[in-house]
Each structure stands twice: as structure tokens, then as C-alpha cells.
Design a binder for this molecule. Structure first.
Ligand code: FES
Length: 230
């Protein structure tokens, strides 16, 4: 199984990678808490997923990127996770945080946010914080419990999920699960990671990864990049 990124074109998915649609379930405070409505999408053994956001046959590429003169230039570093890590240590936990990977799906904002929950430290808050880290689709967040060294990383089947963001009422990123290699046409190999979110609206400033541009304004993105020094 492999995903190859075509220059200014689609993601070529090979090796019978199962494809699903999935939605975020939104809590009363407006932030997601789980995934719902996972449904399979019929594909052949190899398929091309639209990366420019302009296909009339989404999620598949229909060649529109050519006339649209899509600029799919990849700017993210191969080792974006390891080089952007900013860990938060508490007495009981380590929160591994790679902000450069944020896709703004916002699981970590529920119930006051993951940092506040860790600061509170009661059992209920910690249980919610663990769920938030586990559900983060991009893999930006991982929580490690010092007590037993357990991690919130899930054991995923190798598959691709197309996220629909029920909070923002818009399509979200392509969620690549289980450690499927992602490579560029030119041979650039991205870190093999258990959770990866790829841009499918064509607007990300962090291609090939999603940066939330499918709903977040340019102003929001600039502030976020400045805050995290990205
Ligand atoms: S990448 Fe081909 S139509 Fe979008």
C-alpha cells in the first residue's frame, strides 16, 4: 500500500487501500468528540484522489487540475513531525505536540481544551484529555502516561478516511491511518506515521498536509503560524 503525490495533481493510491467516508460528532460546546457514520467508498485496487479541490467527481480526480492550473507545490518537510515537536511535561503525563501538523479538526478544544484538562488532573478530565489526543486525526497530539508508559496512539487498520467536519459543515482532510507510506513523485518520502491528514481542498499552505484552510481564514492561519512560530 502506498500513496504517491503527483506534481500539481492527485494522490495516486495503490495496493487496495480501503476508502471510507466518516464524520465528526459535535458536542454541545461546538467541538468534536468522536467519529460517526463511517461508510465504505467503492474503489478499484488503485485510484486517484483529488488534491486540488476542483474535481466534479470527488473524491476522485477527474483531470480538472490541469485546466485549473493547480499549484500543488509541496512545502512541508519530510520530518515535519519530529522537527516541530514541542512537548509539554506534567508530573503524570507527557503531551507530544507537533503544531505544524494541525488540521484544525478541533478535538483538543472540547471541555476547555486538552491543556486545561491536564492541569485539572482529576480522573474525568484525564479521561477526556486522552480521548482528545487519541482522536486527533493529524497525529499532532499524543499523550503518554508516565504511570505505565501507555500512549493514546491507536492501532489502526491501514485505510483512508475522508473526514466531513460536522461543526464547520464542510469536507475536512484525507485521513491516512495505520502507517501507509506517502511519497512525492520526485522520490521525497515523508515520515511514516500512524496518523496523517492530507489536504484535499487545494488551499493548504502546508502541502501536502492539511492546515485547516478548508474552513480557516487566511487571517486565522497567519495568527496560528505566528503563535507557534511556524
Ligand atoms: S487533483 Fe485532479 S481534479 Fe483535483
Amino acid at each position: 500500500m502506498k500513496i504517491t503525490i503527483k506534481k500539481n495533481g492527485p494522490y495516486m493510491v495503490s495496493g487496495n487501500v480501503p476508502l471510507y467516508t466518516i464524520e465528526t460528532d459535535i458536542s454541545d460546546d461546538g467541538f468534536p468528540v468522536s467519529y460517526i457514520n463511517k461508510k465504505p467508498v467503492k474503489t478499484g485496487p488503485n485510484y486517484a484522489l483529488c488534491r486540488c479541490g476542483k474535481s466534479k467527481n470527488k473524491p476522485f480526480c477527474d483531470g480538472t487540475h490541469i485546466n485549473a492550473e493547480f499549484d500543488g507545490t509541496e512545502v512541508a518537510k519530510e520530518d515535519i513531525f519530529s522537527t516541530s515537536l514541542q512537548n509539554l511535561e506534567t508530573e503524570d503525563f507527557k503531551l507530544m505536540d507537533a503544531p505544524a501538523l494541525c488540521d484544525h479538526t478541533r478535538f483538543c478544544r472540547h471541555a476547555g481544551g486538552i491543556r486545561e484538562l491536564l492541569n485539572k488532573g482529576d480522573d474525568e478530565s484525564i479521561a477526556i484529555a486522552k480521548e482528545e489526543a487519541k482522536n486527533c486525526p493529524s497525529g499532532r497530539l499524543t499523550l503518554i502516561d508516565h504511570k505505565d508508559n501507555s500512549t493514546t496512539e491507536s492501532e489502526f487498520e491501514k485505510e483512508i478516511n475522508l473526514i466531513y467536519d460536522n461543526g464547520m459543515k464542510t469536507d475536512g482532510p484525507i485521513w491516512v491511518k495505520g502507517g501507509i507510506p506517502v511519497e512525492s513523485d520526485n522520490g521525497k518520502k515523508y515520515e511514516l506515521r500512524n496518523r496523517v491528514t492530507l489536504c484535499r481542498c487545494g488551499q493548504s499552505k502546508n502541502k501536502p498536509f492539511c492546515d485547516g484552510s478548508h474552513w480557516a481564514s487566511e487571517e486565522f492561519q497567519s495568527k496560528f503560524r505566528a503563535k507557534w512560530n511556524l
